[in-house]
Design a protein around this ligand. Structure first.
Ligand code: DC
Length: 221
């Protein structure tokens, strides 16, 4: 009788949290250390927001936004450590961090059509390969079954200061309010997520906490 072949299923590490909580730095380093792909789902919402604005569409015009969504292709360049989001084959690059994109992304992210499309794209990615995926709803909606969930937080004034130190214009308070109060998949810690407040910790300290938990869950560190 043939020995049963073991199949290595992709591993999903879900990292959620509010804007400027430090989750991107954690996710990027963790992915590099594990040899997994880093996927920043906020960049997907930002890329589509950029596309909406490029087309002169009002982000609040849900019909026009949904129509544009139907003709938009999302692609990924996975050549590097971090997946680069392509919109109809184009990398919006630095435009993703522009103030006008930051000011409108929460409106686009509250649109249920946009969410269901992007969630489907994100699931397809995680089914294909092991990923560290960061966002707002990865542990609650995109991959609720993964045991590897973290919620990275920091005090609002610390998060606002971090954005300003990056030289970016971003109203953390407004985005927090919109991201936590929207009807579709609001930001909240997933059941079973380890909540880490990074206000008084540096990146290495946060990574140590995350790795300790993943090691206890059987991931190699
Ligand atoms: O992580 P970020 O600041 O780049 O995310 C930009 C916006 O996208 C954020 O204000 C809320 C939205 N977002 C979301 O609704 N769901 C995700 N999984 C990721 C981001």
């Amino acid at each position: 009788m043939e020995a049963e072949k073991s199949v290595d299923l992709p591993v999903i590490v879900a990292i959620d949290g509010p804007a400027a909580s430090g989750k991107s730095s954690v996710a990027r380093r963790l992915a590099a250390d594990l040899g997994f792909l880093h996927v920043n789902t906020g960049a997907m919402y930002r890329a589509f927001t950029w596309q909406v604005l490029q087309n002169g569409i009002d982000p609040r015009d849900t019909d026009a936004v949904s129509a544009l969504l139907e003709t938009t292709q999302f692609g990924l360049d996975v050549g590097g450590d971090t997946a680069v989001i392509l919109i109809n084959g184009v990398d919006p690059g630095g435009a993703l961090q522009e103030a006008v994109v930051a000011a409108n992304v929460s409106t686009i992210a509250a649109n249920p059509d946009v969410r269901s499309r992007l969630v489907a794209e994100q699931r397809a990615l995680g089914e294909a390969r092991s990923v560290v995926m960061e966002g707002r709803d990865i542990g609650t909606v995109v991959f609720p079954a993964t045991p590897h969930k973290f919620f990275i937080d920091a005090r609002p004034e610390i998060r606002q200061a971090r954005r300003e130190a990056q030289g970016l214009v971003d109203s953390i308070h407004d985005r927090d309010r919109q991201d936590t109060s929207r009807k579709a998949d609001p930001l909240r810690p997933a059941e079973g997520a380890e909540i880490i407040d990074t206000s008084d910790h540096d990146l290495e300290a946060v990574l140590a906490i995350v790795k300790e938990r993943l090691a206890a869950q059987g991931l190699p560190f």
